[in-house]
Design a protein around this ligand. Structure first.
Ligand code: ATP
Length: 443
């Protein structure tokens, strides 16, 4: 086992539960090389879980242990399956040759493609924009900015665009980085006085994909450097794709000149998927991972886990791991039993009372006015939004929601839902309010 990985596991023992450590991290095999640490997962659902839940923590721990950023590459396989050094090196010719440039590391995840991305109303526009950018890099929309809450598929779409660019043109240099990696590389370059190389690395690509740029907030030197990189790429029509956890104008401590540039291209919101899309994603993921899950189980999870796709996928991975361990089929009873605590947490997360309170606060109206019979527009709209949120984020029926809003009829709730849905599609301001409320309510 790699010494660095062994030390990392020892430290993580203090941070993670024994069950998590044994289920997800212990089965990994590790290999260290000049590019960082390569971790091999026994199967794709272990890989997805490690990537989704623990990668940040692992990289932070490696940074502490190694004293410098140590990129982690995850793949399904075994560290003994391939020799540590390529066979060619062992049989190197004795005559002097021009050293070949190291292969360009795109950092793209080959699993994240448009084929494996399930389309629904919540992400339709984002997917279409990403596809356009991939088929016409630097010319369709530049930059393309995908924003929205956590675990909704922004990273997936970004990789899908990069993968498609590479499929269409294998010479296309696409570089994907999480923003922490951009910051880490910059700090390293400053330390090693190799800023010229740093600049060249980022400016010589055909497409630069940077994930979670909200992480740049408050980091002035990074923003300065990124600003110049952005300008250089933009001017020479190299594609830029970015993601952010909210509309960039809402990110505090991001320089105004950067915010303004981010708005030069196209910004698309990725919203939480509706019930049908959640169920479809779950079935597609189960199929990809070779896990036998029927529609009843998919519907159970889609109904009870509304927060985001990552949580949904996490639940599927846990189910698959436990079913595998106990040698049992995944039935609805098995799912209810295995995920009891998780489902209970999600059930508590969004209640009508909570939606009413948060919506009243958001629109700066009193809760009792929101629930009153008064029909002035300043109250009617927030009330309709709160009713629609209750319909979409809880399992309550229309009559129950009507009752909770001062004893209104179920047709009033139905009308509210229709009105608000239409507004969200046509009115940008309303869409922003809606997305912000969803983010606040689903964390
Ligand atoms: N529509 C979808 N179809 C298939 N898989 C999806 C979809 N949306 C999300 N996922 C999956 O959910 C997981 C989380 O998605 P992703 O990492 O892209 O989220 P994100 O929006 O970038 O979140 P964060 O902001 O936290 O990085 C991934 O495994 C991704 O494949």
């Amino acid at each position: 086992m790699s010494d660095l990985w062994r030390r990392c596991l020892e430290r993580l023992e203090g941070e993670l539960s024994a069950e998590d450590l044994h289920t997800w991290l212990m089965p990994l095999q590790a290999r260290e090389d000049a590019n960082g640490l390569q971790l091999f997962a026994p199967n794709s659902y272990t890989l997805d879980t490690v990537r989704g839940r623990y990668l940040g923590q692992i990289e932070a721990m490696l940074l502490q242990l190694a004293g410098k950023p140590c990129p982690v590459r995850l793949e399904v396989g075994s560290s003994t399956a391939r020799p540590a050094a390529p066979a060619k090196t062992a049989a190197a010719p004795r005559v002097a040759t021009t050293p070949t440039a190291p292969a360009f590391n795109h950092n793209l995840d080959p699993h994240y493609t448009f084929e494996t991305f399930v389309e629904g109303k919540s992400n339709q526009l984002g997917k279409a924009a990403a596809m356009q950018v991939a088929t016409n890099p630097g010319r369709a929309y530049n930059p393309l900015l995908l924003y929205g809450g956590t675990g909704l598929g922004k990273t997936h779409l970004m990789h899908a665009a990069g993968n498609l660019m590479r499929e269409r043109n294998p010479d296309c240099k696409v570089l994907y980085l999480r923003s922490e990696q951009f910051v880490g590389s910059m700090i390293e370059a400053l330390r090693a006085k190799s800023m010229d190389q740093f600049k060249l690395r980022f400016r010589s690509v055909d497409a630069l994909l940077i994930d979670d740029i909200q992480f740049f907030a408050g980091k002035d030197t990074t923003q300065e450097e990124f600003f110049h990189t952005f300008n250089a790429l933009f001017e020479s029509k190299q594609q830029i794709i970015l993601t952010c956890d909210r509309y960039p104008k809402e990110v505090d401590k991001l320089e105004p000149r950067l915010k303004s540039r981010l708005g030069w291209g196209l910004s698309v919101a990725i919203e939480p998927p509706d019930f049908e899309t959640r169920a479809a994603i779950l079935l597609a993921k189960a199929h990809d991972k070779g896990v036998a899950v029927d529609e009843h189980v998919a519907m159970l999870l889609a109904k009870r886990i509304r927060s985001n796709v990552r949580d949904l996928e996490g639940a599927l991975n846990t189910l698959a791991a436990r079913a595998n361990f106990y040698g049992k089929p995944i039935t609805t009873d098995f799912a209810e039993e295995t995920l009891r605590d998780l489902l209970a947490t999600h059930a508590q997360a969004v209640t009508i009372a909570n939606i009413q309170k948060i919506t009243a606060e958001y629109f700066n109206v009193r809760l009792q006015d929101l629930l009153s019979k008064r029909r002035v527009r300043s109250l009617a709209r927030p009330r309709q939004i709160a009713m629609t949120l209750s319909k979409e984020l809880t399992e309550h029926s229309l009559p129950e929601i009507g009752e909770a809003f001062g004893g209104r009829d179920h047709t009033t709730v139905m009308h509210a839902c229709k009105t608000i849905r239409k507004f969200i599609e046509t009115d940008a301001r309303m869409r922003q309010d809606w997305e912000q409320l969803i983010r606040t309510l689903t964390g």
